[in-house]
Design a protein around this ligand. Structure first.
Ligand SMILES: Cc1cc2nc3c(=O)[nH]c(=O)nc-3n(C[C@H](O)[C@H](O)[C@H](O)COP(=O)(O)O)c2cc1C
Length: 330
């Protein structure tokens, strides 16, 4: 069965990779991922705030106290609170690169186009094969327009792109007024691939302690739906590679993402819940499904259920919203 794909110009045997998360901070996990046949390894993000040493705001670390990992297994609990500082991060890239043959993708996460982005060059020098840039903007200022936010994000992409020669993936949130437009201009700014999507970790309110309570839930199958829609829409409009991140828990989910147009498939929650070995199971499920349905390659099915290729494109659009609401039965 031919599962071959490309990611950021690299040839991969199959599209299943680990997404940005603390698994790659642990060398035992890294080896287990390779034994399970992972196609590429994404490092957890290094945050702008870690580089500039500013106070953390509403980012992962705030939400990464061990108490917020209630539903996680021991894999998660043991490694969840390791966050490496900049120097150790570079060391970890070198260690992971030395330990595995598969491509290693580093990750930067930040919101300003300023000096911290110079770190991208050090990431390249440390041996990363590619860089994923996570644009995790939380707009809280009513005086700041969407245009200003997007212009700043494009500036970040241009700055990073001009300082490294390794390929650049950009991981986005789904919260853009016109996602297809932003992805298109992002391509012009130098992004080589888009990763859909970031998950925004929404804090809860503790009404007894009168506090905002950090919370982090792992994804479920239904997390995939939002990704499927946007993969399907974007497949028809952009030439860039698209990688799905969010809700891949089975081979069937990976097939759906491919049919919607994904070339790369990232997993985090499934591997945190079941261990790195789950990756192998998902690959087998994909192959079994493809054999049963007489597919020979992923290429054959890629984009077959995208907006312009599927038999009922209106299902992705507004008209379906009316039909779904009207068709609801108790
Ligand atoms: C514990 C944990 C840590 C994460 N750390 C990062 C990170 O450092 N950078 C990042 O871009 N995404 C991070 N993510 C988000 C994942 O890369 C991924 O986008 C998200 O979990 C959705 O994929 P999934 O449904 O396979 O979990 C993290 C997720 C979890 C659960």
């Amino acid at each position: 069965m031919n599962l071959k794909t490309t990611y950021l110009g690299m040839q991969l045997e199959h599209p299943l990779m680990v997404g940005a998360c603390p698994l790659a901070n642990d060398m035992d996990m890294v080896r287990r991922l390779e034994d399970a046949g992972v196609a590429a390894i994404t490092m957890p993000s290094l945050f702008e705030e870690q580089i500039t040493r500013e106070q953390f705001g509403t980012l992962y670390d705030l939400e990464a106290g061990s108490e917020s990992f209630a539903e996680a297994t021991s894999y998660f609990a043991n490694i969840g609170d390791i966050r490496l500082g900049p120097d150790n991060y570079l060391d970890q890239i070198r260690k992971v690169k030395a330990a595995v043959k598969v491509p290693v993708v580093a990750s930067l996460n930040g919101v300003t186009a300023s000096g911290w982005l110079d770190f991208a060059r050090q990431i390249q020098q440390a041996g990363a094969d590619a860089l994923e840039l996570n644009l995790y903007t939380l707009a809280t200022d009513p005086l700041e327009t969407a245009e200003i936010v997007e212009r700043r994000e494009l500036e970040i992409i241009r700055t990073v792109k001009s300082s490294v020669s390794i390929p650049l993936a950009v991981k986005l949130s789904p919260f853009y007024t016109s996602l297809p437009h932003f992805v298109k201009v992002m391509e012009g700014a130098g992004a080589d691939a888009v990763v859909l999507f970031n998950r925004f970790y929404q804090p809860d309110l503790d009404i007894e302690a009168l506090e905002v309570a950090p919370s982090l839930s792992l994804s479920t199958n239904s997390t995939l739906r939002l990704r499927l829609r946007w993969l399907a829409v974007l497949h028809s409009h952009i030439g860039m590679e698209m990688t799905v991140s969010g809700g891949i828990h089975s081979g069937e989910a990976a097939i759906k993402a491919t049919m919607a147009g994904a070339t790369g498939i990232q997993m985090v929650s499934a591997l945190l819940m079941h261990g790195p070995e789950r990756l192998k199971g998902i690959r087998e499920e994909m192959v079994n499904w493809m054999e049963e349905h007489e597919y020979e390659s992923l290429e054959q099915m890629r984009g077959s259920l995208s907006l312009t290729k599927c038999p009922n494109p209106q299902a992705f659009e507004r008209s379906n919203y009316m039909r779904v609401l009207a068709g609801w039965k108790a």
